[in-house]
Design a protein around this ligand. Structure first.
Ligand code: PEP
Ligand code: MG
Length: 897
């Protein structure tokens, strides 16, 4: 390893010397790498330098100390900036001012964001007065610096600054910040400094080096603050990635009316349309746009018109600079081959680019952009498929408001993140989290949101703000999280103290239900009914491409006709698991099921089974008809008995009456059947071993249904009959014989030939280990990873919820293993099962039907071990189709490498 002295900790960009590139994100963070890349592209980037993520890692590995040679490298880079700008850091006549920003590999709200105007103090502010010729601007800049630095570096609460500013405005009878004069700002500066000294016990730092190192320390320190840790956890960002720090020469968007600042997307981030989309403010600094303090104006005339805004667009106010910016937009899209999110500042008519990064977008926009870029010839189909996060498709599969439903619209804001959501009103992130934990749907209503609110935004179904634009914190974060969001509903007044929200004569209290539509911006009283989404257009196109690419099949876990139809609508290629016990919960049947379970003799059981058989046959007829020749895997009964036993005296009496027996006997039998650990008890094939007549009835119902549908439709129906919870070959052999006998009976009775397959679930470690033996009898395996996880970890599926969160918090488990497959342990058993099974039977058909079949990370594992298909709940089928395609592409890359 290189000694500390050989390390390069600082990389310059702009001003004629650029050392970084876009592909150095790991070292320079996203922001730093892209600033360097923009400079390389010849775009106007104010000069600066990036302190690498390596320093962050060093800092935490060495008790929060910096490498010895860091100071020298920073001094040298700073000297480069001084030379490029012809100014000097801390100089009373011509002071160099810088911004300091964090910049991790992935953009991370929750960390220290920005300190602007660093380098101002009581002396250098005079230099700024002279240089700009505008004392009002200079003192405004100084007070902004004290406020930002005081808040984010020195940790002085925001409201102290707000109060001072408000009291100055009140005293002078002025409404807007822009009404304050140079003298007013000078007085505000004096009060700010006095307050900071009072709060901290020492004065606001005047030494510019101390300011700079304070800001650098705050960025590195914020990597480990609670908000950043929460964000990393939610987004699976490893703690050892670290953040970089970007120090950049200031350019000013607030030096007069020929100055501006703005944020923009190279395409519309909500719809994906190929239209320049953004907001700007004349005479303002960057944070004014995103903080939602002033209402931003549209960049383009088209944007202004479609949003019915009266405020002039940048295209009208600064046509020349706008044209230049539009050129930058095209350069960046062409270079990055993706939609970009950019920040810019115009200083006295000159455009500067401050940031570019891949733009966050809604799932609908992501699809449209990927499909459009492919159609435009910028990317190919494989790249388009790779660009979509499978989990984000969830947003498109969710319901929208029923247009026919009555609605009482009380306010309208911006359509910041699509989807409709109803829930109880809450006013704080903490309340959102605690109500959601109790199972309530909530809408988080805030004046505006900040990074402190992330946990509440995550817990809420929807977010409503009364202030801020399409690029406000609430809007950006909600889109990223896939939460419905209405932003800037300005007619609504939120009163945190009294926990109410009002508009005209309507008052909404905490706990009242409202509905928001993030696609139209409407806020409605009560809960408004919703309808299912349409899955055509770009969605269908991209899914078609995914289907061309993927190797694995995608089936659904479904047993009801409704689920089976939904599964087909979402593109399932068959049913991978039909849990027959779910068919028995119907009120018409549960009585007969209880009678069967509680019967003391085979005769009693057969009597009850006779009642159930016609229902079962009809279930299978419907499934076969809906699936129209696609494979249907039916699992024979696997009921943990406790789910079916009668609980109340009344239920016992009812069962006794139906069976023609004494309630006391039923009671006695129920006690007898009670199990200490039903999940590991008399369930699955064990029930079939003890009571073969149950499986016999089910097999007969399957074959009769198959014969009937085949005859009616002329289609071949090839049922796949699956035996659950097999641990030994012998169990399978005994039960396979029961199935085969039923097939013979139905063949004889109908005179029809029947084709079918018999296979097993692999959901016990023993079954995985003895897969070679079992494969001698089984024609297919379906990995039941719910039970396999339960039995491998020895953690009860039903009880895990109470302690698994502690395991995740303690870092023992990275994910809930019931949601994302534990590849090292459970996965090892799957791998063994696959290898040993295929050794004996090379054409053994292999699938997965545990919950993991719909989880993208687990699907990628299934591709690696060579499963033939995954099966998941109907709503996850599109996610699985896309994830399977991405898994195939990744596996392909691995092969080529
Ligand atoms: C499994 O165990 O993974 C499985 C699919 O079966 P069930 O969830 O019904 O036990
Ligand atoms: Mg199971």
């Amino acid at each position: 390893m290189a000694s500390q002295g050989d390390n390069k900790w600082v990389y310059s960009f702009g001003g004629g010397k650029t050392e970084g590139r876009a592909d150095m994100k790991n070292l320079l963070g996203g922001k730093g790498a892209n600033l360097a890349e923009m400079a390389n592209l010849g775009l106007p980037v104010p000069p600066g330098f990036t302190i690498t993520t390596g320093v962050c890692t060093y800092f935490y590995a060495n008790g929060r100390k910096y490498p010895d040679d860091l100071r020298g490298q920073i001094d040298q880079a700073l000297a480069g900036l001084e030379q490029a700008m012809g100014a000097k850091f801390g100089d009373p006549v011509n002071p160099l001012l810088v911004s300091v920003r964090s910049g991790a590999r992935a953009s991370m709200p929750g960390m220290m964001d920005t300190v602007l105007n660093l380098g101002l103090n009581d002396t250098t502010v005079q230099g700024l007065v002279t240089r700009s010729g505008d004392p009002r601007f200079a003192y405004d800049s100084y007070r902004r610096f004290i406020q930002m630095y005081g808040n984010v570096v020195l940790d002085v609460d925001h409201h102290h600054f707000e109060e001072i500013l408000e009291s100055h405005k009140r005293d002078k009878n002025k409404h807007f910040d822009t009404d304050l004069t140079a003298e007013d700002w000078q007085a505000v500066v004096a009060d700010y400094k006095a307050m900071v000294e009072r709060e901290l016990g020492h004065p606001f730092p005047q030494d510019v080096q101390e300011q700079l190192w304070g800001a650098i320390g705050a960025v590195f320190g914020s990597w480990m603050n609670a908000r950043a840790i929460t964000y990393r956890k939610l987004h699976d960002i490893p703690a050892d990635w670290g953040t970089a720090v970007n120090v950049q020469c200031m350019v000013f968007g607030n030096m007069g009316n020929d100055c501006a600042t703005g944020v923009a997307f190279t395409r519309n981030p909500s719809t994906g349309e190929n239209l320049f989309y953004g907001e700007y403010l004349v005479n303002a600094q960057g944070e004014d746009v995103v903080a939602g303090i002033r209402t931003p104006q549209h960049l383009t005339i088209a944007g202004k018109e479609s949003n019915k805004s009266d405020l002039p667009a940048m295209e009208e106010v600064m046509p020349e600079v706008f044209r230049q910016l539009d050129g930058v937009r095209l350069t960046l899209e062409k270079h990055y081959r993706d939609m970009q999110d950019i920040e810019f500042t115009v200083q006295q008519g000159t455009l500067y680019m401050l940031q570019t990064r891949t733009g966050k977008r809604t799932a609908a926009a992501a699809l449209k952009i990927a499909v459009d870029l492919c159609t435009e010839g910028v990317i190919d189909k494989a790249e388009a498929v790779k660009r979509i996060d499978p989990a984000s498709l969830d947003q498109l599969l969710h319901p929208t408001l029923d247009p026919k439903a009555d609605r009482t619209v009380i306010a309208k804001g911006l359509p910041a993140s699509p989807g409709a959501a109803s829930g109880k009103v809450v006013f704080t992130a903490d309340e959102a989290e605690s109500q959601a934990a109790l199972g309530d749907a909530v809408i988080l209503c805030r004046v505006e949101t900040s990074p402190e609110d992330i946990h509440g935004m995550h817990a809420a179904r929807g977010i409503l703000t009364t202030r801020g634009g399409m690029t406000s914190h609430a809007a950006v974060v909600a889109r990223g999280m896939g939460r419905a969001c209405v932003a800037g509903a300005g007619e609504l007044r939120v009163d945190y103290k009294n926990k109410i929200m009002s508009v005209r004569d309507i008052t909404v209290r905490e706990g009242d239900t409202i509905t928001i539509d993030g696609s139209t911006g409407e806020v409605m009283l009560g809960s408004v009914p919703t309808i299912q989404p349409e899955l055509s257009g770009d969605f269908a196109t991209l899914m078609g491409w995914a289907d061309e690419i993927r190797r694995m099949g995608v089936r659904a876990n479904a047993e009801t006709p409704l689920d089976a139809r939904t599964a087909r609508k979402f593109g399932a290629e068959g049913i991978g698991l039909s849990r027959t016990e779910h068919m028995f919960f119907d009120p018409n049947r549960i009585l007969a099921v209880r009678e069967m379970i509680l019967a003391e003799t085979e005769e009693g059981r057969r009597k009850a089974l006779d009642k159930l058989e016609p229902f079962q046959k009809q279930d299978f007829v419907e499934l076969f008809e809906i699936m129209a020749g696609l494979p249907v895997t039916i699992r024979l009964l696997d009921p943990p008995l406790h789910e079916f036993l009668p609980n109340t005296e009344a239920e016992m009496e009812e069962v006794a009456r139906a069976a023609g027996t004494d309630p006391l006997r039923v009671h006695h039998r129920a006690v007898q059947l009670h199990e200490a650990n039903p999940m590991l008890g008399h369930r699955g094939c064990r029930l079939g071993i003890t009571f073969p007549e149950i499986y016999e009835m089910q097999a007969r119902a399957i074959f009769t249904a198959a014969a009937e549908v085949a005859q009616k439709t002329g289609q071949t129906v090839t049922p796949e009959i699956m035996i659950p919870l097999i641990g030994t070959k012998k169990e399978l052999d005994i039960l396979k014989a029961v199935v085969d006998k039923a097939a013979e009976q139905v063949k004889a009775a109908t005179g029809q030939d029947l084709t079918y397959h018999v296979g097993t679930m692999i959901e016990l470690p023993r079954a995985a280990l003895r897969a070679d033996e079992i494969a001698e009898s089984a024609e297919f395996f379906s990995f039941g990873t719910n039970d396999l996880t339960q039995t491998t970890f020895g953690i009860s599926r039903d009880d895990a919820g109470s302690f698994l969160p502690d395991y995740e918090r303690a870092g023992i488990l990275e994910h809930d293993p019931f949601a994302t497959l534990d590849q090292d342990g459970v996965g090892e058993l799957v791998r063994i099962g696959v290898e040993r099974g295929r050794k004996v039977r090379p054409d053994l058909k292999l699938g997965i039907c545990g919950e993991h079949g719909g989880d993208p990370a687990s699907i990628s594992f299934c591709e690696q071990v060579g499963l033939d298909y995954v099966s998941c709940s109907p709503y996850r089928v599109p996610i699985a189709r896309l994830a399977a395609a991405q898994a195939a592409l990744n596996a392909d890359t691995v092969k080529r490498d």
